[in-house]
Design a protein around this ligand. Structure first.
Ligand code: TYM
Length: 345
């Protein structure tokens, strides 16, 4: 099913733009992996699409987080999204918990997904292993994520490679629901960038760069200052040989640096290797490319952080627009499953 067949909001009749939706959790520092795997693309593509982006604060509650920290991080991540170039006139920028339809549709998704499907999710296995008191919400997380996507009739979901399995599940649930109750949801597609979809930890290059990394030295935060970036790249783990070539299996550390250089210079990692004979030269260029790309982000963030009321105002407008779209989809889904509507006569 295509979005135009199911959309009920006003632009549906002659809307050539694709609907794009993607969120980020306000857990830990936003890092270079999320920037290259997702945020940079969100900003680059927003004019061509009907884009919805935001902060998945409800997802952050699936693990322990201090309330004051969650509030502060949510606002910070919204400011970072603006700083990387999300334009509130082009994209609908909102906080997930400001649009209550996400939770309501999540219940319908929990009634669509099977226990076995949730149990097979890699991220649940990784995040729950050896953890005491795992929250039920960590297990049902992909149902909420499917609701986030389906409630906006999203055609495309730009994400890093680690979200691939969650996206496949969201697609399966849309197809199953449509089959069971009649055409209701747009079946979304993952949009995963060719380069930068899986940025690895600089200290442990066989693990992805992550917000919960034990070693902050392996993770470059978007708000790191140039000295910290330089230091982290200099200390990045490579191998004992010194040949610069792209081979993620045999040379994961060097390959990750080439992936970063390629992502910042618009080349494939293999092309980026050309001309280097020493790791030191490669590291200097990687650090310089990251510092240059993140300089304007830090500057803009500093301005935005000084104006929290301005950011809140943008989020309020975004939530109002997001709610309009989400309410229409939710009403359709509730009717489809047979819930009696208060205005049914
Ligand atoms: P989150 O907050 O962990 O990450 C946000 C985005 O960054 C990408 N990413 C990476 N890309 C490349 N290399 C890395 N090392 C790296 N680490 C993170 C992620 O793939 C993601 O695109 N469940 C989601 C948030 C979410 C969502 C949604 C996304 C909630 N609802 C609906 C899309 C649609 C998450 O935890 O992303």
């Amino acid at each position: 099913m295509t979005r135009d067949q199911v959309s009920t909001d006003q632009e549906s009749s002659n809307r050539p733009k694709e609907r794009v939706l993607s969120l980020i959790k306000p857990t830990g520092d936003v890092h270079l992996g999320s920037y290259l795997g997702a945020l940079r693309g969100w900003a680059a593509d927003q004019q061509a699409n009907d884009a919805f982006h935001g902060v998945a604060d409800l997802h952050a509650l699936t693990v322990e987080v201090q309330p004051a920290e969650l509030r502060a991080r949510t606002l910070q991540v919204a400011a970072i999204l603006l700083a990387v170039g999300i334009d509130p006139d082009a994209s609908t920028l909102f906080v997930q918990s400001h649009v209550h339809e996400h939770c309501e549709l999540a219940w319908l998704m929990e009634c669509t997904v099977s226990f076995g499907e949730l149990r097979r999710m890699h991220q649940f296995k990784e995040k729950s292993e050896g953890v005491e008191g795992v929250r039920a919400s960590l297990f049902t997380y992909p149902a909420l994520m499917a609701a986030d996507i389906l409630v906006y009739d999203a055609d495309q979901v730009p994400v890093g490679d680690d979200q691939r399995q969650h996206l496949e599940l969201a697609r399966d649930l849309a197809i199953r629901f449509n089959h069971r109750y009649g055409e209701t949801f747009v079946v979304p597609e993952a949009a995963i960038p060719k380069v930068g979809a899986r940025v690895m930890d600089l200290q442990h290059p066989t693990r992805k760069m992550s917000k919960t990394a034990e070693s902050p030295q392996g993770t470059i935060a978007l708000l790191d200052d140039p000295e910290a970036i330089e230091r982290k790249v200099r200390r990045a783990v490579t191998d004992a040989a010194s040949e610069v070539c792209y081979d993620p299996t045999a040379k994961p550390g060097v390959s990750n640096l080439l992936e970063l250089l390629g992502a910042f210079t618009g080349r494939s990692p293999a092309e980026a290797a050309a001309g280097y004979t020493r790791y030191g030269d490669l590291k200097s260029d990687v650090a310089a490319a990251i510092i240059e790309a993140l300089r304007p982000v830090r500057q803009r963030y500093t301005e935005l952080a000084a104006d929290p009321a301005g950011v809140m105002e943008i989020l309020a407008k975004g939530a109002a627009r997001a709610s309009d779209v989400a309410a229409a989809t939710l009403a359709r889904a509730k009717t489809a499953v047979g819930l009696l509507r208060p205005d049914d006569r």
